[in-house]
Design a binder for this molecule. Structure first.
Ligand SMILES: [Zn+2]
Length: 245
């Protein structure tokens, strides 16, 4: 009888130890699908995946230093510019020792994507689809998300006097100030503000007007991948070292 009691106590201790290990492991993992990397927990979240939408929206949260400034990158408003979008997603996740905390909002237009050379204008349906998804799903997250800065990633076919540049569509605010500082610290990135943008009203203009500084990054669509990578690393490092006001 006494031996049986000891065995039962031993079994209970083992069960408690296993439970404790499971709980600690679960805490470290954060929520489902999380990847723990040092003291940060990066995770993916689906924001929109509805059959009546022209695409999906997801976010990769918490890249970098969770105690730093909170910064959003947005890719995918214009689906044909996907090479530059993918460059941001891969390069940012490759960086180590970042000062700030980054979320990447990824819009993936699946309807009427179009293709280069199809003669579509600036108002092609694929671009409008991406802009609408941005306004419906990404804008509310960023404007209500306590972000210090948002950057909208695009590319262009070379119709501007500069090929690789940053700008804010709203002048004389922090968005313009941060974009100017980034350009000043990057040998290959200029500050150039086109007269108008099609996507500004769906993301960067309302963000700037409602308390979140925001600017565009534009890359040349037909630059080689090596050049895209180099420029993107310049952008990422300059943003990471901004003097926030
Ligand atoms: Zn664009």
């Amino acid at each position: 009888m006494k031996i049986n009691k000891n065995i039962i106590i031993l079994i209970l201790i083992i069960i408690l130890a296993i439970l404790a290990i499971l709980i600690v492991t679960h805490l470290n993992d954060g929520n489902g699908g999380a990847v723990t990397n040092g003291n940060q927990t990066v995770y993916h979240e689906v924001l929109a995946n509805n059959s009546n939408d022209p695409g999906t929206v997801e976010v990769i949260r918490n890249i970098g230093n969770p105690h730093g400034k909170k910064i959003a990158y947005v890719v995918g408003l214009h689906p044909l510019e996907y090479q530059t979008h993918r460059t941001l997603v891969s390069q940012l996740q490759n960086m180590s020792n970042l000062n700030n905390s980054y979320d990447i909002y990824i819009i993936n237009v699946t309807r009427d994507v179009g293709h280069y050379g199809d003669g579509s204008s600036d108002n092609s349906q694929g671009r409008q689809n991406g802009q609408n998804l941005a306004y419906q799903y990404v804008y509310p997250q960023i404007v209500n998300g306590s972000y210090d800065l948002a950057i909208d990633i695009h590319s262009n076919v070379g119709a501007y006097p500069y090929r690789t540049f940053v700008f804010s569509p709203v002048n004389e605010g922090l968005g313009e100030s941060y974009a100017s500082e980034v350009a000043g610290n990057c040998p290959d990135i200029s500050y150039y503000s086109p007269e108008s943008t099609t996507s500004g009203p769906y993301l960067t203009i309302p963000l700037n007007k409602n308390g979140v500084p925001a600017f565009y990054y534009e890359e040349y669509s037909f630059a080689s991948q090596d050049v895209k990578n180099e420029h993107m690393v310049e952008l990422i490092l300059a943003v990471d070292n901004l003097q926030f006001k």
